[in-house]
Design a protein. Structure first.
Length: 163
């Protein structure tokens, strides 16, 4: 199992078939959990993930590795903050495979996201968390995610058609 010496985090190369497969595997594992929907993603969705990420300007993925084993991912998208006049990044998905949780890997992934965003002059990192995922919410709050503006915020979405 991962130790600080064997854990590494790096930008994923989505042209590399092994890394692309790792991203899909980690996202699908999250989808199978109760707070992720409780079922595997349909084949057609799994097949669209990596091509879609490659085609989306500003998309980037950080992978956590235990030696040669991919164990976690942060799927992120660059955006722009009109209130700071600078870029930002949204962490759309953050997942660590179940056997590796509770070892600080999620913390390290989020710290790597922050470092990456600072590297391109970003002003902040945003994310959303499902109310059914209190473990993740505690992690995010411990790392300083919250409502610094004093305005309560909530993420809403509206599905458009079928997957």
């Amino acid at each position: 199992m991962s130790t600080p010496e064997t854990l590494r985090i790096a930008l994923a190369d989505l042209e590399n078939p092994l890394q692309a497969e790792a991203v899909v595997k980690i996202i699908d594992a999250y989808a199978m959990e109760p707070h992720g929907g409780g079922q595997s993603l349909p084949d057609e969705v799994r097949q669209r993930i990596v091509p879609g990420l490659r085609a989306t300007p500003g998309a980037f993925v950080l992978l956590a590795w235990d030696g040669e084993q991919p164990i976690g991912a942060a799927i992120c998208f660059r955006g722009f903050s009109t209130f700071s006049g600078k870029p930002l990044a949204n962490v759309h998905d953050l997942s660590v495979l179940q056997p590796y949780r509770g070892r600080g890997i999620g913390t390290r992934l989020l710290q790597a996201v922050e470092d990456h965003v600072r590297g391109f002059g970003g002003s902040k990192v945003t994310l959303e968390v499902r109310l059914a995922n209190p473990e993740a919410e505690r992690l995010y709050q411990r790392l300083g995610f919250g409502d610094p503006s004093g305005f309560a915020t909530r993420f809403l979405d509206k599905p458009l058609g079928t997957l």
